[in-house]
Design a protein around this ligand. Structure first.
Ligand SMILES: [Zn+2]
Length: 109
């Protein structure tokens, strides 16, 4: 009984990872075009991640405010400033400020 239970648990985790991956794609696709869908995807990514311990890609995390559980669109719902090697993202809904160090040598543009 217990082995059956653990198998189900890992299946659910894989499903959760797959769901987060799909929701991340939806989030990125809809960020600029459909804020409502992007917000929905953002809150689902956070709740699935919390429930199943699924880690979200850092590029995706950057587009979600963990306080509002909604999407952050630069120039729309967030303000992005760069201060001496630090990216400062301010959520315009709740005012949460996220600071992130710029990794030197990882520019891909
Ligand atoms: Zn916020």
């Amino acid at each position: 009984m217990s082995s059956r239970r653990s198998r189900r648990k890992s299946d659910r985790r894989r499903e959760a990872e797959e769901a987060v991956r799909q929701l991340s794609e939806i989030l990125v696709d809809c960020l600029q075009s459909n804020t409502e869908i992007a917000n929905n995807a953002a809150s689902q990514i956070l709740s699935i991640g919390k429930k199943h311990g699924v880690r979200t890609d850092s590029s995706i995390k950057r587009t979600i405010c963990r306080t509002c559980m909604q999407s952050l669109v630069p120039g729309k719902s967030s303000r992005v400033r760069i201060h001496s090697k630090t990216i400062k993202t301010t959520c315009l809904r709740c005012g949460r400020i996220k600071r992130e160090a710029i990794e030197l040598g990882s520019e891909e543009l």
